[in-house]
Design a binder for this molecule. Structure first.
Ligand SMILES: [Mg+2]
Length: 231
């Protein structure tokens, strides 16, 4: 699914994890580290913590009607999101799981010639920087917004408004790209931003075709989704 309606996009705000790379093993490592943190906090075993977190996530999702983030689950269980991220910084090893992909590097470099690119992530700055460096994506982005800037995780309308103000774009000129609609895209869309759901490499590369239709990569595959947004 993609939602591209604006013809005036000048900036693109990307989510990081699950959007600019997709890695199930690293995603599982993050969940495992969070369970280890909760296990320590509650003095229970890691499998017990995993069950407790899954049940909590399900309950919160049912109550709220939207998908719940790891931050929300952590907070609900009495944990500190700050401590969780310090734990992540000490224990997670993205370099052991992630693989640099030249196609994504090329995509961001090509997009950066025409658009200002930003990262807005619920990950922390230390890990975001490590991941961006490791994947070779750090050179193409103009700014990075992480959870430890404010400790207010996505979704958060106030933060999206602040980002729009800082990057100096009205909503209709800032395209938000993410892999979770409820977390990454619902708020920006409600504020009037164009949004694009990307959950795998194919969808991410398709974004390049939609936004820069004159590029050589565009000639080999006809976009099947919503049509190009720039003329
Ligand atoms: Mg994500």
């Amino acid at each position: 699914m993609s939602r591209l309606t604006s013809t005036e996009v000048r900036g693109i705000v990307f989510d990081l994890d699950g959007t600019l790379y997709v890695c199930d093993r690293f995603a599982a490592e993050i969940q495992g580290a969070a369970a280890a943190y909760i296990a320590g906090l509650k003095q229970i075993s890691q499998p017990e913590a995993e069950k407790l977190m899954a049940a909590t996530r399900q309950r919160l999702t049912t109550e709220s009607g939207t998908v719940q983030t790891l931050s929300a689950v952590c907070r609900e269980l009495g944990g500190s999101v700050q401590e969780l991220h310090r734990f992540f910084e000490r224990t997670l090893r993205p370099e052991a799981y992630l693989v640099r992909d030249e196609r994504v590097i090329g995509l961001l470099e090509r997009l950066s010639e025409q658009f200002s690119l930003y990262i807005y992530t619920n990950n922390n700055r230390v890990l975001t920087t490590r991941i961006m460096n490791y994947l070779g994506l750090d050179g193409a982005v103009h700014g990075i917004y992480t959870i430890d800037d404010t400790w207010r995780g996505k979704p958060d309308e106030g933060i999206v408004n602040r980002i729009l103000e800082e990057i100096g774009l009205p909503p209709n000129e800032a395209l938000f790209v993410g892999d979770r609609y409820d977390v990454d895209l619902r708020v920006p869309e409600q504020l009037g931003c164009p949004v694009y759901l990307s959950q795998n490499l194919e969808q991410l590369l398709r974004l390049g075709e939609l936004l820069t239709p004159s590029s050589p990569a565009d000639t080999s595959a006809a976009p099947a989704g919503p049509q190009a947004v720039r003329s």
